[in-house]
Design a protein around this ligand. Structure first.
Ligand code: KG4
Ligand code: ZN
Length: 361
């Protein structure tokens, strides 16, 4: 089988990233993965400032690509293709990485692959483990919270999505109300260590509902109100633990429901569950999901920590998988601020009304 070496470029949010991935006989090897984080630039504002992000990407993208090639001990001529995130995300940032990718593809005479950032998260577990298609996917990041059946390359069917905030967004907002710095997810996990999750009762949003949708806004409001009454460090730690447990509980309950829907059509085969995206870095979330998969006979997969949060290795792999099938893109491929994985579901039952920018996930 062919060996493909692909450069990936990722600039859709607040990390400028570049990576080189080699795929041989269907197995991926990460030759290099460089992530230049902008966290310090955004921290004073408590969240990502799009204009600062775009400008920082312009400053960092060339050097990051050069560093990725150098760490892989390759020259641009050794590449078989160039993959760049084309959306969804902050369009000013997406345009920077996509333009850099297009320029390289044009100059080298190599194919361009315009990658959906969410497809990158979807394949991220395949960077380190053998996870054949199809599988059930819980994609939990700062901007998305979805359950999807991933049938193959670029073939996703949505089973559920959030009706308000994404899971990572809930972590970030509740962390802010607890006085924690941005990004809140990792800070909240650290604070929750050793906390007593039972001290506080939080709303069990949508529990028992028949579908696979999510909601975090009630939890966010309740947690913010409780945070106002916190007077000691122990209470603060216990509230963080309670919030983390409540988010994990909702993710697990909905995922269990999705597994029950997915399994009957598979005759007991292909029972694989993948959690991906920034929130997949959370130990409590992973443990709670793993318990749910164990109970139902599903194999559980999560990417290594470095590939949970945004990175370019997942973009390179998604690009390589497309390239292997001849799915390349023209040099005028647009940057897309919105780009659902399951376009049909997003348009047919929009939870967020489609705008000028298109349907939301
Ligand atoms: O996938 P990602 O890096 O970017 C997006 O595509 O959105 O996800 C970032 C999100 C942030 O909301 C961040 O707070 C959350 O993932 N996150 C975590 C943890 N690490 C990152 N949430 C909970 N626990 C963590 N350890
Ligand atoms: Zn992401």
């Amino acid at each position: 089988m062919a060996i493909l070496t692909v450069l990936g470029v990722e600039t859709s949010c607040d990390e400028t990233a570049a990576a080189v991935v080699r795929v041989a006989d269907g197995r991926a090897e990460v030759l290099s993965s460089i992530v230049a984080s902008q966290v310090a630039a955004h921290a004073p504002y408590g969240g990502v400032v799009p204009e600062i992000a775009a400008r920082s990407h312009v400053e960092a993208v060339d050097g990051t690509i050069r560093a990725a090639l150098s760490a892989a001990h390759l020259t641009p001529r050794d590449l078989d293709g160039v993959a760049a995130t084309a959306g969804p995300g902050l369009v000013g940032g997406v345009m920077v990485g996509l333009s850099a990718g297009k320029a390289m593809a044009l100059a080298l005479g190599k194919p361009l692959i315009a990658v959906n950032h969410l497809e990158g998260h979807a394949v991220s577990a395949r960077l380190a483990d053998d996870v054949p298609y199809p599988f059930l996917l819980l994609l939990v990041s700062g901007g998305h919270c979805q359950l999807l059946v991933v049938e193959g390359v670029g073939a996703c069917r949505r089973l559920g999505t959030t009706i308000d905030d994404a899971a990572g967004e809930a972590f970030d907002k509740i962390a802010a109300s607890l006085g924690l710095p941005y990004p809140g997810g990792p800070a909240l996990e650290k604070l929750a260590q050793g906390g007593d999750a039972r001290r506080y009762t939080l709303p069990r949003m949508l529990l028992g509902r028949k579908d696979c949708d999510f909601s975090f806004s009630g939890l966010k409001t309740a947690a913010a109100r409780l945070a106002e009454g916190v007077t000691s460090e122990t209470e603060r730690r216990d509230l963080a633990a309670a919030v983390q447990a409540a988010i994990a509980e909702q993710l697990a309950e909905r995922s269990g429901r999705a597994m029950d829907r997915y399994a009957p059509g598979r005759n007991g085969a292909d029972l694989r569950f993948v959690v991906a995206g920034g929130v997949a870095a959370n130990g409590a979330v992973k443990a709670r999901l793993k318990a749910e998969t164990d109970r139902r006979g599903f194999a559980f997969f999560a990417p290594p920590l470095a590939y949970c949060t945004d990175n370019a290795a997942m973009i390179a792999l998604a690009g390589a998988e497309r390239l292997a099938l001849g799915l390349t893109d023209p040099l005028d491929a647009p940057a897309r601020p919105r780009w659902p994985l399951d376009q049909e579901a997003a348009l047919a039952s929009p939870i967020h009304k489609p705008s000028r920018k298109g349907a939301k996930a």
